[in-house]
Design a protein around this ligand. Structure first.
Ligand SMILES: [Zn+2]
Length: 338
């Protein structure tokens, strides 16, 4: 009961990549870089196990960014044709690559790192992939001319990838869809259909992560415009509850999301964000426990998984480590009382 997990990403140590930022440059090249990635992933697995996290990840130590880390290995994308794009409905502008032809996956993208990660832990293993809608909102397109059509093309190759990763021992495949909180009507029109294509035939647990973004200034200032109650989830949760996705990962700690919205997910496992992902301090276990307790009236404890609000890639290493420890300790406090 109250098994703990994390949204996915963790900071990279300074010897692996430039610290405290997104799209950080690697510190090494070639086989040395691969060794550094493996060493860092192993250290994060150990940190998670020692903290008491039940369902672990490799902290996304093998990829530059949660979307582009996958896209780098996909054909049909021109990385020299960079287009400035106001992603997440113009929340921030990024120079993104461009889809110039039909997308295809010449070979597995993450199989090597999954095999390595699986060999390093006996815990349940989660692996995260970018969701089709969020991919379409993080890449320019001069080929498909239609986001729903391009999303389906990506969903097919994500599904092929996910099937290989499950065969290699992954217990949970999670698709990250921060765009679901921005394009709510698209979610209902085609976003969930694309996710269904991405999870087709998977024998593992499936999850979708929907958040208000990393703890970076662009997102924090966006949140200040959202008013006293953040009700974006209300528009999409009924459709997600009716979907075939098993778990929904959402933001809850230090957030203005009305907790009662979790009632809309009565048939799903709910990954309740119980630590924020900002750099300005670490919650105490008691604070984490209070967030979990506040969710219990709306989510049966059998379906409640204490989690992080989002990925922790851009925050300092020591802060993320402290948050992992408080997350597990806070869940343990609640478990003891129950
Ligand atoms: Zn997130």
């Amino acid at each position: 009961m109250l098994e703990t997990t994390i949204a996915g990403s963790l900071p990279k140590p300074a010897w692996l990549a430039e610290p405290d930022k997104l799209w950080a440059s690697w510190r090494a090249q070639g086989e040395e870089l691969e060794q550094f990635k493996r060493r860092s992933a192993t250290e994060w697995l150990k940190h998670q196990e020692e903290a008491g996290i039940d369902i672990v990840t490799n902290g996304e130590q093998f990829r530059v960014h949660f979307v582009h880390g996958f896209l780098e290995h996909i054909d049909g994308i021109d990385w020299n044709k960079k287009t400035p794009m106001g992603i997440r409905d113009n929340r921030y502008t990024v120079q993104v690559p461009t889809v110039t032809g039909p997308v295809s996956r010449p070979q597995s993208v993450h199989l090597y790192e999954v095999r390595f990660t699986r060999s390093q832990t006996d815990r349940k293993l989660k692996f995260t992939l970018p969701g089709p809608m969020t991919i379409c909102d993080t890449i320019a397109d001069v080929h498909y001319g239609s986001r729903p059509e391009m999303a389906m093309a990506f969903a097919k190759i994500l599904n092929d990838e996910a099937r290989e990763l499950v065969a290699a021992g992954v217990d949970v495949i999670q698709f990250d869809e921060p765009a679901f909180n921005v394009f709510m009507s698209d979610v209902k029109q085609w976003g969930i259909d694309a996710l269904h294509r991405a999870i087709d035939g998977l024998s593992c647990t499936t999850a979708v992560h929907i958040c208000y973004g990393y703890g970076i200034e662009e997102n924090l200032s966006w949140k200040r415009t959202l008013g006293n109650e953040w009700r974006q989830y209300e528009e999409i949760f009924p459709a997600l509850n009716a979907s075939r996705i098993g778990q929904i990962s959402l933001e809850c700690a230090d957030s203005r999301v009305p907790l009662s919205l979790m009632r809309l997910l009565k048939d799903k496992d709910v990954l309740v964000g119980s630590v924020a992902v900002t750099a300005d301090g670490v919650e105490t276990p008691e604070q984490v426990a209070a967030t979990i307790r506040a969710a219990i009236p709306y989510v049966d404890v059998e379906r409640l998984y204490p989690c992080t609000n989002c990925g922790m890639a851009p925050i300092p290493y020591s802060v993320a480590l402290g948050k992992l420890q408080s997350l597990a300790a806070g869940a343990a406090l609640v478990r003891t009382q129950l």
